[in-house]
Write a new protein. Structure first.
Length: 367
């Protein structure tokens, strides 16, 4: 079994600087876990501590039923794929892939068999006699994956493996990694700052910031029900629109007042928001939940505002509208057919059943 557990794990550098702060995380057997967050959030340090490449300052790590705090990296039965591929330039593809097995004194026939299996899985049989300088970035990435596969470890660890590839290659390699996971049926821990990779690959996503876990859940829960303002703003393209304002009550109905406009809050949210009446909150709405009134059949004065369209950005299958309410700027993501005039006011409709509210002080999600 290849469950991996972290209990109160921290990494403290000189000057009492905590790169990782009391992380608790359980990764199930055969699960694909993604650690995601901005640069410096502690995700790669966490991965390196699991791998044994970074010493743990506090806490305990288990791989299966074995505590590995004092177990060397080479004895943890895991394989790591690095951002820069870490291939030996003087070795051929076959030699790079078999290097770890040769160090462990595996029989030649077994090494040959495992390398053949890995090259077949990855579609690189025709590259086995080439050296890294003769390969493209995508081919080098496949060789790095192959070197990990031949070891047949209990878990694969990936540290930003696609960041050196162009956009098209990243999409292709995401697909390859997904297929590889389905074929190998083992545990994957994947570090990235790219939220698209996180959403498309992970069974669960662990969002980190400033060394701490902000939320750990399946992709759609992370997207639809973020635990706090940071998670909501980090996950999603374009980022969620955030505006500060107040909750007010008029004629037994609750409204969000931004300063330049008011929108009515749906009744299902009244009970939760009642304690915030008259208080400052942060309002959040995603770009796909904002519509041009001309293309919406269900709109009322209570969910419609007036905004200036400052930029229209066509992206092929969709269009981004950069809007200005007079106090806040925000983005709408609309259909490709929607091309309003630039520098003209337009009526915008909010889907108020999809909005989020965050506590102004704690930044935790209210609803």
């Amino acid at each position: 079994m290849s469950q991996i557990s972290l209990k109160d794990v921290s990494k403290i550098y000189k000057g009492n600087s905590k790169a990782v702060d009391s992380v608790n995380l359980g990764i199930e057997n055969k699960e694909f876990m993604v650690l995601v967050g901005p640069s410096g959030c502690g995700k790669s340090t966490t991965l390196r501590m699991i791998a044994g490449l970074e010493e743990i300052s506090e806490g305990r790590i288990w791989i299966g039923d074995r505590e590995v705090n004092n177990v060397p990296a080479k004895d943890r039965d895991i394989a790591m794929v690095f951002q820069n591929y870490a291939l030996y330039p003087h070795m051929t593809v076959a030699e790079n892939m078999s290097f770890g097995l040769r160090l462990r004194k595996y029989p030649k026939d077994e090494i040959k068999k495992r390398v053949a299996e890995a090259t077949q899985i990855l579609g690189i049989k025709n590259l086995i006699d080439r050296r890294p300088k003769e390969l493209s970035g995508g081919e080098r990435q496949r060789v790095a994956l192959g070197r990990a596969i031949v070891r047949k470890p209990v878990a694969f660890l990936f540290d930003e493996p696609l960041s050196n590839l162009d956009a098209k290659r990243r999409v292709q390699m995401r697909t390859e990694i997904h297929k590889l996971r389905m074929r190998l049926q083992t545990t994957f821990i994947y570090v990235t700052h790219d939220q698209t990779e996180a959403l498309t690959l992970g069974d669960r996503i662990c969002v980190m910031n400033q060394g701490k876990i902000q939320q750990c859940a399946d992709p759609m829960t992370i997207y639809d029900k973020p635990a706090n303002k940071f998670v909501a703003s980090f996950i999603g393209t374009p980022p969620i629109n955030l505006m500060d304002g107040r909750i007010i009550k008029k004629e037994r109905k609750y409204y969000f007042e931004e300063g330049k406009f008011q929108v009515k809050i749906v009744e299902d949210m009244h009970k939760i928001l009642a304690p915030y009446e008259g208080k400052e909150v942060t309002f959040g709405i995603r770009a796909e939940d904002i519509y041009d009134k001309l293309f919406v059949s269900e709109s009322t004065p209570d969910n419609t505002i007036r905004a200036a369209c400052e930029v229209v950005e066509p992206l092929g299958s969709e269009v981004y509208l950069y809007l200005n309410s007079g106090k806040n700027q925000f983005i709408a993501r609309v259909g490709a057919h929607n091309r309003p005039e630039v520098n003209r006011d337009m009526d915008i409709v909010f889907d108020m059943s999809k909005v989020h509210f965050f506590d102004k002080d704690t930044e935790k999600t209210i609803i």
